[in-house]
Ligand binder design. Structure first.
Ligand code: ADP
Ligand code: GN1
Ligand code: MG
Length: 362
């Protein structure tokens, strides 16, 4: 377990002018540990977002950070000079000029300049917010479409291989290592009944492009004053993928007004007006580059990716909560239940979603 003092020591390893004033835990991600580090530069405060990379999950930090360096410098090259530093994450360099450092315990740290006057949301609050977040992720895909070769590293191989996620669930069920199968019997049945759905995206011959792969609403910063989407963050999973992976995770997190672990399932709804906003925002940019097959794949994307996320939470629950951070007992099962409720909603409204996509811009 790392302490805030460890984080403070790591922050000192970066070449930032001024004195480190404070370091405090920040954000609500499920994987890495994030901190806000404040430096005092002669009376002027400068903030940074310091992160300890979860190397249990990302076991090749050099490859991971090489991806992030390539992606951020490509994006920075495209951002206009005015406001450019707010539109792209900027890595702080270590004292010896590297993009990350390893501490004495083998923990890996990196630090970004803090983007001020912007914030992320854990739960979507309005249509315009969904539109802006989706547009920002569309822009992100557009700007990375001409990333020069070589292909990015697959930081987590088969990350969105929904069939493999189902296989992993089956292994967890077979092992029943924590004796939790019985409590999750309904959710297990729900997932196993949908084997066909898991094969709708992967293996369908869709083109590979650079995708973000973790496009939940909390991974985009919106300007506090204008509400505009300004910067896509959390770049760990940026790698080769399908446009539908990103669109599907937007549908999962931007069309439903309930928290990811909501226990009152009557609150877990797919709101058509929000879906229109997500489709409108994303396609306002992506209509310009998607192939016909990619565009058709968007109608199933929400169900597949929401099902996949539910399968992942359920697997982790059965395996003893080893992957996703939990803050209370049963949280991963609650998360899985909420995802599966949303899958039902998406299934019920599939035709209406298709009509929206057919009628959307482009
Ligand atoms: P995790 O992988 O744990 O989700 P993120 O990279 O998404 O970590 O960061 C966690 C939170 O910190 C984000 O939801 C966002 O609110 C905030 N954040 C991340 N990067 C920055 C940044 N450069 N400037 C300001 N806030 C940031
Ligand atoms: C994790 O890091 P964070 O919290 O943004 C996970 C995503 C899941 C998400 C569910 C590397 O994302 O794949 O969709 O939780 N990231 C990784 O909230 O597994
Ligand atoms: Mg995040």
């Amino acid at each position: 377990m790392k302490t805030t003092e460890d984080a403070g020591r790591a922050a000192q390893g970066f070449a930032v002018e001024g004195m480190l004033e404070s370091v405090a835990p920040y954000g609500s991600g499920h994987i890495n540990d994030s901190y806000c580090a404040v430096f005092d530069r002669g009376g002027r405060r400068e903030r940074f977002l310091l992160q300890r990379v979860n190397t249990r999950i990302f076991d090749d930090p050099a490859a991971l950070m090489e991806n992030i360096e390539r992606v951020t410098s490509h994006l920075a090259g495209k951002a206009g000079r005015a406001d450019g530093s707010r539109r792209v994450l900027t890595l702080a360099r270590t004292r010896d000029g590297q993009a990350w450092l390893m501490d004495a315990d083998g923990d890996v740290w990196r630090m970004y300049r803090f983007i001020e006057g912007a914030r992320s949301f854990d739960v979507v609050e309005s249509g315009p917010q969904a539109y802006e977040a989706a547009r920002a992720f569309g822009e992100f895909q557009r700007m990375l479409a001409d990333l020069p070769l070589p292909r990015l590293h697959e930081t987590l191989p088969d990350f969105h291989s929904t069939p493999k996620r189902l296989e992993a669930l089956k292994l967890a069920i077979e092992a029943d290592g924590m004796g939790r199968n019985e409590e999750a019997a309904r959710e297990i049945a729900f997932a196993l009944e949908r084997e066909g759905v898991t094969r709708l995206l992967v293996g369908a011959g869709l083109p590979e492009r650079v995708t973000h792969n973790d496009t939940k609403i909390s991974n985009v910063l919106l300007d506090e004053r204008t509400g505009k989407g300004i910067c896509v963050i959390d770049l760990e999973t940026v790698m080769p993928g399908l446009a539908a992976f990103d669109f599907g995770d937007m549908v999962r997190t931007m069309t439903c007004p309930a928290a990811e672990d909501e226990r009152d399932l009557s609150k877990v709804r797919m709101e058509m007006g929000m879906f229109e906003a997500v489709a409108g925002g994303y396609l306002s940019v992506a209509a310009g580059f998607l192939t016909d097959a990619e565009r058709r794949s968007l109608s199933e994307a929400g169900s597949v990716i929401t099902l996949e996320q539910g399968i992942r939470f359920l697997t982790d629950y059965l395996e003893g909560d080893r992957y996703f951070k939990v803050h209370r007992a049963g949280q991963n099962l609650d998360r899985a239940r909420a995802q599966f409720r949303l899958v039902e909603q998406l299934e019920e409204q599939a035709e209406a979603m298709e009509r929206v996509l057919e009628g959307a811009a482009g």
